[in-house]
Design a protein around this ligand. Structure first.
Ligand code: BES
Ligand code: MN
Ligand code: ZN
Length: 482
């Protein structure tokens, strides 16, 4: 893993060197001393540039600085979003083993944000790559600031969030032969050492409690279902918690309504929602956030077999509502039906948020950078939208409407899980979930498009994005701490 340390300025002897200029591209005293050591290469680079007062992003000034074994010099200018800038700077340093970054005149908080962005961009799921060349090269970064002690202190909170984000990325990236309900529950259990209360319910226990919609999905797999309940009690005793519920389908083959083979391998990350719950609770616990937060992970594997659920089966959900299973591939809503009902019934939360890689249709509607956002509560909706803007994990509000709710009506049960004939697959799925939240202020995030990326960005290597961890951390920190 990447090691980030904070030190005072000193011209490095090896690795790459990135130098922050002022927003007008002027050089401070430290930048000038680097320039001098390179015999003026930074200044002459700036003079040669066409647009004199602007950088496109981090730019390489020279691959031959002539300073010891320093491999190259990069310059960059501040921008509004320093986490994003950190990711861009890291992107320019990935080919190096080690690097130094000079942030002359920066505040501790700003330096910490840049460091956070670097951490986000640098993580890579490379544990199964046996050739050194294929693995992440960048191992250590020295950030040079005016007050290293203060910067390090400011970075602690971000470093803890980063640990949560990285845990999410890791479990989402792991294949389904490694991550299945039991093994993921076991990982969740390790949060106990950070002060999280962890409960794990087995399939047998869930069956007994009446989680029939959820267990119905799991019944075709040799890997039995698990429900994980994570409780962080950092708030006042009398405060009702917020509940975060995650879809955790550790592999979604579609079941008897089996999916086509093309891209089926992607369905190993159908537990992305639960992955976010896990990482978020880790971040919250490490930072000892002063709020009461409950995380619920509904873990199943959706497989076809002789014991699998059939299209046409009718199940009585935990809420008492009966569901006709038209399509066994619309399994996420069946899992969440019971988990959402359980969460509101047991914890009476102030607010409940679920995250789910729920529908392919959300990708048609919003693509790969916006999550679909639904809510039954305008105030809560505003909170989430505002936190979303702050961290740059984008959401787009879609409507809930009686018109869509009508389409859920089944002939032989209270509702059906698919075959609505009204289009809008993302909305009908959300509408289905709403039947199980019982007046609790609730937000649903459909992260099917955003949980996994085929292209790298400033905050992730292509693959798992951990979309939602930073958003919900920000939301809780801002609205529910005392
Ligand atoms: N896990 C899928 C949704 C999904 C699709 C996530 C593509 C990421 C990428 C979900 O369980 C599913 O299969 N949904 C169906 C619902 C349909 C059968 C009503 C879908 O979207 O096609
Ligand atoms: Mn499915
Ligand atoms: Zn699914």
């Amino acid at each position: 893993m990447l090691k980030i340390s904070f030190e005072s300025f000193q011209i490095p002897k090896k690795g790459a060197l990135a130098v922050a200029l002022s927003s007008k591209l002027s050089l401070g005293k430290d930048a000038k001393s680097v320039d001098k050591a390179t015999h003026g290469q930074i200044q002459s680079y700036l003079e040669r540039k066409n647009s004199k007062d602007k950088l496109e992003g981090p730019e390489v000034v020279t691959h031959a600085p002539g300073i010891g074994d320093v491999s190259k010099i990069i310059i960059f200018a501040p921008q509004e979003n320093l986490v994003e800038l950190g990711g861009k700077v890291a992107g320019a340093l990935l080919s190096e083993k080690q690097a130094s970054i000079s942030l002359e005149g920066w505040s501790a908080k700003d330096a910490a944000q840049l460091a956070f962005g670097i951490g986000l961009r640098t993580w890579k799921f490379d544990k199964y790559l046996t050739k050194e060349d294929d693995r992440r090269k960048l191992k250590s970064i020295t950030i040079m600031v005016d007050n290293p002690k203060e910067a390090e202190k400011a970075y602690t909170e971000y470093a803890n969030i980063l640990e949560g984000v990285n845990l999410t990325k890791e479990v989402v990236s792991e294949p389904a032969n490694v991550i299945y309900p039991e093994s993921l529950a076991k990982i969740a259990k390790t949060l106990g050492k950070h002060g999280v209360k962890v409960e794990i319910f087995t399939q047998k226990e869930l069956h007994k409690k009446g989680f029939n919609a959820m267990v119905g999905v799991a019944q075709g797999s040799v890997n039995e279902a698990r429900l994980v309940v994570l409780q962080w009690n950092g708030g006042k005793k009398s405060d009702k918690p917020v509940c975060i519920v995650g879809k955790g389908v550790t592999f979604d083959s579609g079941g008897i309504s089996i999916k086509p083979s093309s891209k089926m391998e992607e369905m190993k990350w159908d537990m992305g929602g639960s992955g976010v719950v896990l990482g978020l609770l880790k971040a919250i616990a490490l930072n000892k956030v002063k709020a009461n937060v409950v995380g619920i992970m509904g873990l199943v594997e959706n497989m076809p077999s002789g014991s699998a659920q059939r299209p046409g089966d009718i199940v009585t959900s935990l809420s008492g509502k009966t569901i006709e299973v038209i399509n066994t591939d619309a399994e996420g809503r069946l899992v969440l039906a019971d988990c959402l009902w359980y969460a509101q019934d047991r914890f009476k939360p102030k607010a409940m948020v679920d995250l789910a890689t729920l529908t392919g249709a959300v990708i048609v509607a919003l693509g790969y950078r916006y999550a679909g956002l639904f809510s039954n509560d305008p105030k809560l909706l505003k909170q989430i939208e505002s936190s979303s803007k702050k961290v740059g994990e984008k959401v787009w509000n879609l409507p809930l409407d009686e018109e869509f709710a009508k389409a859920l009506k089944a002939d032989q049960a209270d509702i059906k899980n698919s075959d609505y004939g009204v289009g809008a697959g993302t909305i009908t799925a959300a509408q289905f979930l709403e039947c199980f939240v019982n007046d609790t202020p609730w937000v649903h995030l459909d992260i099917a498009g955003t949980a996994w990326a085929s292209k790298s960005s400033s905050s992730f290597e292509k693959g798992a994005t951990a979309f939602g961890v930073r958003l919900l951390y920000q939301w809780i920190e801002e609205n529910y701490t005392h």
